[in-house]
Design a protein around this ligand. Sequence first.
Ligand code: BES
Ligand code: MN
Ligand code: ZN
Length: 513
Amino acid sequence: MELRVEQGNIAESDVDLIVVNLFAGVTAPGGATGAIDRALNGAISRLIAQGDFSGEAETTALLYARANGGAAGDEAADEGGLRAPRALIVGLGSSERFGIGEIRRAAAVAAQAAAKLKGVKSMATIVHGAGIAGHDAAAAAQEVALGTLLASYRAKQYGREAAEAGLASCTVVEYSAAKLEDVARGVTRGEAIGRAVCSARDLVNEPANLLTPVEMAARARAMAAEVGLACTVLDEAAMAKEGMGILLAVSQGSANPAQFVILEHAPAGSSEAPLIIVGKGITFDTGGISLKRTGGMWAMKDDMGGAAAVIGAMEAIGRLGVPRRVIGIAPCVENMPDGKAFRPGDIVTGMTGKTAEIISTDAEGRLILADALAYAARFEPSAVVDLATLTGAIGTALGMHIRAGLFSNDSSLEERLMAAADRSGEGLWPFPMDAAYEKPIKSDMAEVKNSAGRAGVSSSAKFIEHFTEGYPWAHLDIANMVLADSRINAETPKGATGYGVRLLVELAEADAS
Ligand code: BES
Ligand code: MN
Ligand code: ZN
């Protein structure tokens, strides 16, 4: 979908659908909505008076203009007509609780309603929240663009009839010439982030036979070339040279060789201490010799959701030109059972020289992260954040699709992540990291073991922490966030959610300022 920005009166927009809004409880619409109401001879006021629309959040009303609406050049709006054949009113909910997230939601609800109208290919919208609600025009426009793109996402189809094409264009119309520049800047930012979230969704939705580690690395490389990031990919020989024996143990059973992707955004060649983001990239998790049960195993194509978030975030960070050095690391590995596969009881040594005893080959995420986090140390980072679909238990603790788990050994980084979660609307919730959580993962024969019965999610994080060295670190367990059984809301469809991209972009930007 194409996004455009225009200055003018939305009543004169020559599109299939125009979108205006209404706060809950308003009976006499003002602003652009008032102008459309007058152009429709009071149809919106009558709709409200009849009790059929009240401006509640997540509701819409559709109105049809006179068939002979204004033609080009005449005073369409004043004559009681619209250039567009339809107008959609989207409810904004209570004006007292109208934050940036509500703007994104309203835009998403409108875009989703538009997508259901077969005859609508082009739409125009005002910037929700930039009028009487008083939000910063750039920030509001960013959320309008973002919500529109997130709601308009369609998963790729394979050999079945392609889904309806959907919206081809959305024009953001701003009446005030003074605000136009801010609106344009906001839309550009929202577009960069929205497209990056959709890239992450594409990666997660793609089946594991097509999206192998080699293919993931190729996608990352192509993205980096387009956006202007540096990209290095280590193959298994290079990883062996680095001493990544723990990561390579996981890869041993797969015919698809592992790839270690490093993306770097260094504005004007800056050499400051980088922020590093690391994503678990298990392209498929069978569990290995500790084989998973059959039911639902297909969903383990999402086990590279952390890597997808990192690659997506790097795409947005590059496009936005975030004034800060950021490095993205994505270890991409397939976890398969095989004659060559690693086994429970194996003891493996990674980059740091530290040893791990394998109790379950299904606790493989923490193993590939051990070497990825050890590798990160060479950049002397200011902070390292890893994202991983690490445990099913995180969904038991926090429920699905509300907040991911946050584990950190640095209170400043934890605070910055919680703030980024609030601003981006991608929820997090902190878990404890007491030293006592290390006890269950003590091994009899090695330094640590990769699994322990009923040890709790914090012990999984403790295993990862064991391999971090000399930098503030946080781990996000996103296993409850990356793949949705059914649509969650207007901006989050069934399937891959793209969770983490917005959060990481917020963190990088806050870190830059
Ligand atoms: N990839 C899984 C975690 C997962 C589970 C992600 C459900 C998404 C949905 C991970 O590698 C795994 O298998 N974890 C085990 C850990 C256990 C063996 C210690 C788990 O959660 O059961
Ligand atoms: Mn597993
Ligand atoms: Zn896994």
